[in-house]
Write a protein that binds this ligand. Structure first.
Ligand SMILES: NC(=O)c1ccc[n+]([C@@H]2O[C@H](COP(=O)([O-])OP(=O)(O)OC[C@H]3O[C@@H](n4cnc5c(N)ncnc54)[C@H](OP(=O)(O)O)[C@@H]3O)[C@@H](O)[C@H]2O)c1
Length: 354
């Protein structure tokens, strides 16, 4: 039986397709425009060591009622829901339509199909102090003032939090088998460093490389937890197929260095000196209220939420990884590979003519 994947054309999605098809698992990608997207996805999957010809497509859109599917869905082994709109400054209505209503439509499909839902949320769902500061009631979505949460956290993060809480509730009520994978910020491929330019880590490396980071946001204890995309894809594939999985899997490498360490590790590959001074988060957040400054610094206030001092308990997820014969690759190696990849993309030999 096949596995339906939303967001298959995205950065994580194509790695998941490659991981599954490498193990001979057929995949049904829900794509908005299969006529133009499927051939590209198959090529990308082949290039990542998967089997592109095991990827089929169905047309669907998270923004359409009941996903606007263009045909019947075959019997499924599982559904992996990765599709989401990611952008800073996302208006609440848009973020909600795709990321919350779309996620609930996918959960309804999983229930109709009587199949496991692997739902991709984010590591901030485990930062309980942060959720409390935002005013989120984890036990009841309807008791939370979501307008306030969207104002405080921004459309992307707020919609991801709301989606997870509402889909959890739906799964509980409907006895839907659900595994929630909670990725940290995604880093490049541990072997090649491959990282899409829209990815938040790529943007951070870009800021460092372009000399936009004169100081380190926060304190020596602040960090941006990371996970390598290939390890994450392997974990998501196992979450879909393993007979027994924990209900939540935190995909986060607890050995990720502090932000200071991350920048120091990346800087030599980018031929830059790493910043050594710190800029308190409150000061940076205030500065970023100045019109034009976020764009100039390529840093949006809502992105700062992901850089905190909170540490996470990854014991259950690491134990699951071990049962699956998986381990996190060296995260410092992943940071170096990602930085090399960035640098190669910007070397004169690989620049596209204007
Ligand atoms: N990257 C990270 O650091 C990170 C960390 C934690 C969690 N996550 C979560 O992981 C998931 C995948 O992230 P990613 O980094 O792979 O994102 P990505 O590269 O931006 O991919 C997003 C995917 O969602 C699809 N999509 C967007 N709007 C859609 C719609 N209306 N209908 C159907 N599909 C739609 C896109 O399809 P098109 O190709 O048609 O645009 C694309 O395939 C997201 O849920 C994200 O919140 C990511």
């Amino acid at each position: 039986m096949t596995i339906l994947i939303t967001g298959a054309s995205g950065f994580i999605g194509r790695y998941v397709c490659a991981q599954l098809t490498r193990d001979q698992q057929p995949v049904l990608a829900m794509l908005r425009q299969p006529s133009s997207q499927l051939a590209t996805l198959r090529r990308q999957v082949d290039a990542l060591g998967g089997q592109g010809d095991l990827v089929q497509a169905i047309q669907g859109d998270l923004d359409q009622p009941d996903l606007g599917l263009d045909g019947p869905v075959p019997a499924l082994e599982a559904i992996i829901h990765l599709g989401a709109r990611f952008a800073w400054q996302l208006p609440m209505a848009e973020a909600r339509r795709t990321n919350v209503d779309g996620a609930l439509a996918v959960a309804r499909l999983a229930r109709q199909q009587q199949t496991r839902l692997v739902f991709i949320s984010g590591f901030m769902l485990e930062n309980l102090a942060h959720l409390a500061r935002l005013g989120i009631d984890l036990n009841s979505a309807d008791k939370t003032d979501w307008q306030q949460v969207y104002r405080r956290a921004g459309g992307y993060e707020a919609s991801k939090l709301e989606a997870a809480i509402r889909v959890r509730e739906y799964a509980r009520e409907q006895h839907l088998e659900m595994v929630e994978v909670q990725p940290a910020t995604v880093a490049g491929d541990s072997r090649t460093g491959q990282l899409d330019h829209q990815q938040p880590l790529y943007q951070l490396l870009d800021n460092l490389a372009r000399g936009r980071m004169a100081a380190i946001p926060g304190t020596p204890d602040h960090w941006l937890p990371l996970v390598a995309v290939d390890l994450l894809a392997a974990l998501i594939a196992r979450a879909a197929l393993a007979p027994a999985t924990p209900q939540r899997l935190l995909a986060l490498d607890s050995r990720t260095p502090s932000l200071q360490g991350l920048l120091a590790h990346a800087a030599p590959s980018l031929k830059r000196r790493a910043p050594t001074r710190f800029l308190p988060m409150g000061v940076l957040a205030t500065l970023l209220r100045l019109p034009g400054l976020p764009r100039l610094l390529n840093t949006w206030p809502e992105a700062l939420h992901f850089i905190q001092t909170t540490r996470f308990d990854t014991g259950a997820s690491d134990a699951f990884l071990a049962t699956q014969g998986l381990t996190h690759p060296s995260i410092k190696g992943v940071i170096t590979a990602s930085s090399h990849f960035y640098q190669q993309q910007h070397s004169p030999a690989t620049q596209q003519p204007a």
